[in-house]
Write a protein that binds this ligand. Structure first.
Ligand code: GDP
Ligand code: MG
Length: 162
């Protein structure tokens, strides 16, 4: 079976947009309203000669109440179901308490964890992303899922980890 990458993170950080960017097509449902349940989470992806399954865990967000617990549970499920986990952070907001809590869960993972700093649409936010090293998940990969900026570099890192 092909390796599985689970994409986790708070609602509205751009997980589904990033999934679509990786797929090169619009399949994951992008929502401005957080917490909407989607019926499909698994997608076939392809990069650098490698096939892998992408899990968009957005549908695992039960509701906006108890967000921290919900996102932590999402991370636990992702660690169990996937071969590697991609945590997406909204770089325009920075690391929130929820991001720190989910990072703490993911640091226990025996599987590779990658960190994407999304919404880096231009150079202004680039310098700030260095502060995300503090999450203890290794190198933050700055990307703009919306514009495609640096998504190739992130994909290179993903297939290396899988
Ligand atoms: P999810 O809840 O994490 O799956 O987030 P979505 O993919 O549904 O995106 C939430 C909102 O963030 C949408 O309005 C997207 O258009 C927006 N968004 C996603 N990626 C980017 C990005 O790289 N830059 C900017 N400026 N907005 C983004
Ligand atoms: Mg989503």
């Amino acid at each position: 079976a092909q390796p599985v990458l689970a994409v986790v993170g708070r609602p509205n950080v751009g997980k589904s947009t990033l999934v679509n960017r990786i797929l090169g097509r619009r399949e994951a449902v992008v929502q401005d309203v957080p917490g909407v349940t989607r019926d499909r989470v698994a997608y076939d992806a392809y990069w650098g000669g490698r096939r892998f399954t992408l899990l968009d865990t957005g549908g695992w967000e039960p509701d906006a109440t108890g967000l921290q617990a919900a996102v932590a549970a999402q991370a636990e499920l992702a660690m169990a179901a996937a071969d590697a986990v991609l945590l997406v952070i909204d770089a325009s907001v920075g690391a929130t308490a929820t991001d720190e809590a989910v990072s703490k869960v993911l640091r226990r993972s025996k599987k590779p964890v990658l960190l994407a700093a999304n919404k880096v649409d231009d150079d202004r936010l680039l310098a700030d992303t260095a502060s995300l090293w503090s999450l203890g998940l290794g190198e933050p990969h700055p990307v703009s899922a919306l514009h495609g900026r640096s998504s190739g570099d992130l994909l290179d890192a993903i297939v290396k980890a899988l």
